[in-house]
Design a protein around this ligand. Sequence first.
Ligand code: GLU
Length: 439
Amino acid sequence: MANKNTESNVGLQQSTHSLPSYLQADNLGPWGTFLNQVDRVTPYLGNLSRWVETLKRPKKALIVDVPIHLDNGTVAHFEGYRVQHNTSRGPGKGGVRFHQDVTLSEVMALSAWMSVKNAAVNLPFGGAKGGIRVDPKLLSRGELERITRRYTSEIGSIIGPTKDIPAPDVNTDAQIMAWMMDTYSMNEGSTSTGVVTGKPIALGGSLGRREATGRGVFTVGTKAANKIGLTIQGSKLAVQGFGNVGSIAAQLFVEAGAILVSVQDHTGTIYSGSGLDVAFLQQYVQSQGGVAGFPGAEVINPNLFWQVDCDILIPAALEGQITKDNAQLIKASMVIEGANGPTTPEADDILVDRNVLVIPDVIANAGGVTVSYFEWVQDFSSFFWSEKEINARLVSIMNDAFESIWNTAQKHQVTLRTATFIIGCSRILQAREERGLYP
Ligand code: GLU
């Protein structure tokens, strides 16, 4: 028999453009959106575009079974993921979300947006993301702890302070990070605070981390408003999602004189032409679990949220919210993406045509991971900074990154999203090229 070890049977003839089916854009939701965004940036990458295939394939994707004992004595199985999209510039970095709609495609896209985001603000990280397909609202506290610990154990071999550092995302918080840190540390046999960020302060967490994403949204939002001549004082604001990101961003804009006219979350949509009381709404959501029933506000049909009369719109919930169907209804002159991937590519084009400025997720919500970086640095040096110092460094990084993105957009006459991708992807692919291929 002839030697079978030819080029064709070791796969060398495979075109670099024929991606495995699970990586293709069609019907892949958020991952399809990401691939579309990569195609849009490729013409601007010069010689580095020969490495662009790197961005279209996650470096590593792990799917894990997460079985736990429920309180009723039965065993339930959940599906968990951890995807490391790229580690050319440093360890993987990105949150973990617990949500009933989590899929591999979604986690892949979220990990890829982390790569671009981390590079765009020049943090020494690659991009990663994790998730469990579960509705955490249906779990007791004990079940939540067990699912978190088992998931952490299952992904334990690929995470670590120099490998991949998880953090909070949708429906995960400081307590969940504490359980993750403890589980990883118990398995390792030594306390490892740097394995996750967004921890409680007593366990090596950073001051200002909880507010950081909202503060970053506010920082770049005010800078962008300045560029287009929009005055924050007296401007009308609508926010989708009133968790960590939306509620803090709303608070900071209101403190700067904006009027919060509408908030939508998974429980309902509320409106008040004269302005909602942010502090009261924060307390209400904390105790009631959502905005529905907020005293003194009008209840409006969820579909009307997108056409609310406002100047600034902040989607701060999930991806795929601004679509070709509602993009033409938006009245705001500026959309600041607190969420990851809230705008589809078709909607992006409509907003450009309608002269609505979109500040993309990959810069708008980078404040969270920037303070995660500070937390990681503080944990390594076991030396902790004041909140004033943290906020000042955060604002300075966000301002500088936004300025260079704005200038790149002007130079190439592209959207802020493509400009952020030009900066982020160039940094990733330059590192990729300089490292070379191993072996
Ligand atoms: N989940 C946040 C994000 O999407 C923060 C991730 C982190 O701090 O690592 O940017």
